[in-house]
Design a binder for this molecule. Structure first.
Ligand code: 5GP
Ligand code: MG
Ligand code: MG
Length: 178
């Protein structure tokens, strides 16, 4: 798999340090509260699993699957909820955990959708922020790294469902997807 990587952008160790920092910040901000963590499938699962273990307050786990991409590297602009939550978030402190905010279309849609469900609060934590590609504004409460406009894979991020299990994040060689 590493043969398909042009360049490693974040090593396993850098990702672990980032997760630790985010976990400490979140634990401090939510002290005395309980978090309802929502992982956005499938890209966020690896980050989600590491992050919830770095949080020092009670965390309830749930997942949602939304799609705006398909197998392509370009966004289609439409967001579909493919799998909804198992539980109600009414009165809960929701923390949405996402892999990357790119165009912002997915999270802009999901944040609006969540606010209608009457939670006590909604915040967003994204491992990666790619601001150059933003089409709609999204407020990221907890952000790991700001990245340039490269197509990244690994640590949950896929290309055609591949590379999610890479322990690092890297730039995919252009010849793989062009
Ligand atoms: P949006 O464009 O709606 O902000 O991002 C939607 C989804 O596109 C992200 O959650 C992520 O799954 C995928 N995506 C955006 N940028 C990249 C990237 O550089 N690499 C990969 N593998 N997926 C991406
Ligand atoms: Mg995602
Ligand atoms: Mg994908």
């Amino acid at each position: 798999m590493m043969n398909d990587i042009e360049k490693v952008v974040y090593t396993k160790e850098e990702l672990a340090a980032c997760v630790k920092r985010l976990g400490q910040q979140i634990s401090k901000d939510y002290a005395g509260k309980e978090i309802f963590a929502v992982g956005i499938l499938k890209g966020a699962v690896i980050f989600f699993a590491d992050l919830v273990r770095a949080i020092d307050v009670p965390v309830q786990l749930d997942f949602m699957a939304a799609s705006s991409y398909g197998d392509s590297t370009q966004t289609s602009g439409t967001v579909k909820i493919l799998k909804d939550l198992d539980f109600s978030v009414e009165g809960k402190h929701v923390l949405i955990i996402e892999d990357i905010i790119d165009s912002g279309l997915t999270l802009n849609y999901l944040l609006k959708n969540f606010k209608e469900r009457k939670p006590a609060s909604v915040k967003l934590c994204a491992l990666l922020d790619k601001p150059e590609r933003r089409k709609v504004e999204v407020k990221i409460d907890y952000s790991g790294f700001t990245v340039p406009d490269d197509f990244l894979v690994g640590y949950g991020l896929d290309y055609a469902e591949k590379y999610r299990n890479l322990p690092c994040i890297g730039i995919l060689k252009k010849e793989i997807y062009s």
